[in-house]
Design a protein. Structure first.
Length: 364
């Protein structure tokens, strides 16, 4: 078929889509191809699979929604919300959902709690190579799965919410906040999740932990231009590890600690650079520790009224104001903290690699 023929076929598929205009349950394995309009509730029955083929476009209109009790597999498909779509969760599952290299756009009319549009509950959701633009939150509710190599751009409120989620892994993903973005990645009561090799730009905060977030690991993350880089609040946020975080140009503070019941959260091998108000705001922070990290160009190291309960060991403070009543403690021989220029290539030009590749930034 020549190019003109291909264009005609493509236009026909878009102009004459399959219209799902009545509530129904898919009781057999089904494949959607080309264009589909969902204007009512569609349910994928248990032990049944809906496959959305490469190149398919799924348009949600009115009260249209997709509920997965079985399995949903989508590859290189485009999901979009029409201007007339009513508030509510567009895609919801209790089974297993896989979205590979799909695009989601304009799902800005969320439903209950945190303005979300895609939710997995007591199941598994896997996202790989997907792009989300101007969408409400993706939520893992008592669920598992993973997010790999995705982009969340101009999220409406929260981008991803892990709520009572366990062992979810997020890797190689970019969160690019817009004017309507709040907390880019939120973990409430999430446990044993891992977030690695991700980039966070903008938003109210990059990471927000609360209400029993425990034993989660965050490593090799770049957090830039948030009001708060890492925000921990609520009770019983214990044993979370933040390692190799680069937190730069926070509009307020790099770290805020309001967790009255939190303990044993460790920040290690991190670089905190140039926060406007201060590096750390601690209003309730028992048992939290900072190890082998660099604090560079902060108006104040510490704000709040609970910073004496923090632990600092083997850190570097440079061009950063220390609290007078704690200065001798912070620079004591036992602490191994130092006021010395870190061995970084060129921080002012955002080059934070060690000046000598064989050294760490905190090397003596």
């Amino acid at each position: 078929m020549n190019n003109l023929g291909n264009i005609i076929v493509l236009l026909a598929a878009w102009l004459l889509p399959m219209l799902v205009s009545a509530e129904q349950t898919l009781n057999s394995d089904t494949t959607w191809a080309d264009a589909v309009v969902v204007s009512e509730k569609i349910t994928i029955a248990a032990r049944r699979t809906l496959t959305i083929a490469p190149g398919a476009k799924v348009l949600f209109r009115g009260s249209g929604s997709l509920h997965c009790q079985g399995k949903l597999i989508a590859e290189d498909a485009f999901f979009v919300s029409g201007e007339d779509r009513e508030p509510g969760i567009a895609i919801q599952g209790k089974g297993e959902m896989h979205f590979n290299y799909c695009q989601f756009q304009d799902f800005i009319q969320g439903g209950s709690r945190y303005n979300l549009f895609l939710q997995i509950s007591n199941g598994n959701l896997f996202l790989r190579g997907c792009r989300f633009r101007r969408c409400a939150a993706v939520e893992y509710l008592y669920a598992g799965g993973g997010i790999d190599d995705c982009l969340f751009q101009d999220s409406q409120g929260i981008a991803v919410h892990l709520y009572h989620a366990n062992t979810v892994q997020i890797r190689g993903t970019t969160f690019w906040g817009g004017t309507a973005s709040s907390h880019l990645l939120q973990l409430f009561a999430a446990q044993r999740c891992q977030v690695r090799d991700c980039f966070f730009y903008g938003g109210e905060s990059a990471l927000r932990l609360g209400y029993g977030a425990k034993r989660n690991i965050f490593s090799y993350l770049n957090l830039h231009d948030q009001s708060i880089g890492v925000y921990i609040h609520g009770n019983e946020n214990n044993d979370n590890l933040m390692q190799n975080l680069l937190v730069t140009d926070s509009r307020s503070v790099a770290v805020r600690l309001d967790s009255t019941g939190g303990a044993s959260n460790l920040f290690m091998d991190c670089i905190f650079f140039r926060s406007r108000a201060g590096a750390i705001n601690a209003t309730a922070a028992p048992g939290n520790a900072f190890r082998k990290s660099v604090f560079l160009q902060h108006k104040n190291l510490l704000l709040g009224n609970e910073f004496e309960k923090l632990s600092f060991q083997e850190n570097i403070f440079w061009e950063t104001k220390l609290p007078k009543d704690l200065e001798s403690q912070l620079l004591s021989a036992d602490s191994n903290n130092r006021q010395t220029k870190p061995l970084l290539l060129d921080p002012d030009n955002m080059l934070f690699s060690p000046a000598d590749p064989q050294d760490s930034p905190t090397a003596k």
